[in-house]
Design a protein around this ligand. Structure first.
Ligand SMILES: Nc1ncnc2c1ncn2[C@@H]1O[C@H](COP(=O)(O)OP(=O)(O)OP(=O)(O)O)[C@@H](O)[C@H]1O
Length: 251
């Protein structure tokens, strides 16, 4: 199986404080990898290393190696903007831009220099279709995105990421602000998207990890304690700490 990312000996510090310790992890192509663990264990921090979003945090230093398609992304020569296009991100709280549904999707492609209306129309339609939102919004593309429901806004944010033609989508607790029906739609969508994209998702919800992911990594206190095929990790955890966490003994 093809590794999209290969992480080796990754340490991350916020100032003096070490938030990630010697993380080693592969991320496989067109699979869903879930990151689980109690609050503050470093899941979001790790997720952000994969497209160098932590660069935006002052005092954050990273050591070790993250290979993305056989290229070390923490090299000085890395085109970080290009990396963030290829490795898109969806956040916990839906964050549509205060503009129309259409313009939310067209914004990124326009910034990349695409001006033709036909080309933009096509990107908007395809992205919304892939995000399972087209049927719900096709008659109101010029309406404000802020008028959509929370679940629709989150699918819009996924469509906005897809419009950039990424290879990987990082999702940081994408359903934690949503009700169960909207959550279930996003979960179905993730299962669809993995046919074409590699997905890494942070979730607090172990049932969700079990339902949608192929691989799971359990983090604790900045360490990656266990990484396994999801089914195996939940049925036969190797480490006592994983077992304690998944059986609800802490966290
Ligand atoms: N910008 C920052 N500056 C300093 N410390 C930070 C920063 N962001 C996170 N941390 C610290 O790094 C550690 C890991 O935080 P992180 O947000 O990655 O954990 P998490 O597992 O994603 O938690 P949660 O599930 O609550 O979102 C925590 O101790 C946190 O306080």
């Amino acid at each position: 199986m093809n590794k999209v990312f290969d992480v080796k000996s990754l340490d991350l510090y916020y100032g003096q404080k070490q938030a990630l310790k010697q993380i080693e992890l592969p991320i496989y192509d067109k699979k869903v990898t879930a990151l689980i663990g109690p609050s503050g264990c470093g899941k979001s921090t790790f997720l952000r290393t994969l497209n160098r979003m932590n660069d935006l945090i002052e005092n954050c230093t990273v050591q070790g190696e993250i290979m993305y398609n056989n290229q070390q992304i923490y090299d000085k020569q890395t085109d970080v903007i290009g990396l963030r296009i290829k490795v898109g991100m969806v956040f916990q709280k839906p964050n549509p831009f205060p503009m129309s549904i259409y313009d939310n999707i067209a914004y990124g492609p326009r910034c990349q220099g695409i001006k033709s209306k036909a080309a933009l129309d096509d990107i908007v339609k395809t992205s919304l279709e892939q995000a399972a939102l087209w049927e719900e919004v096709k008659d109101r593309l010029r309406d404000s995105a802020l008028a959509l429901s929370g679940g629709q806004q989150q699918r819009l944010c996924i469509a906005r990421a897809l419009a950039m033609k990424p290879e990987v989508i990082l999702m940081d607790e994408p359903t934690s602000a949503l009700d169960p029906i909207a959550t279930s739609k996003i979960e179905d969508l993730i299962l669809q998207l993995k046919q074409h994209y590699t997905i890494v998702i942070v979730t607090h919800n172990m049932q969700q990890a079990a339902r949608i992911s192929d691989y799971t990594a359990f983090f604790l206190l900045g360490e990656m304690v266990e990484y396994e095929e999801t089914e195996r990790l939940f049925s036969h955890p190797r480490d006592q700490r994983t077992e304690d966490y998944i059986t609800g003994r802490f966290g």
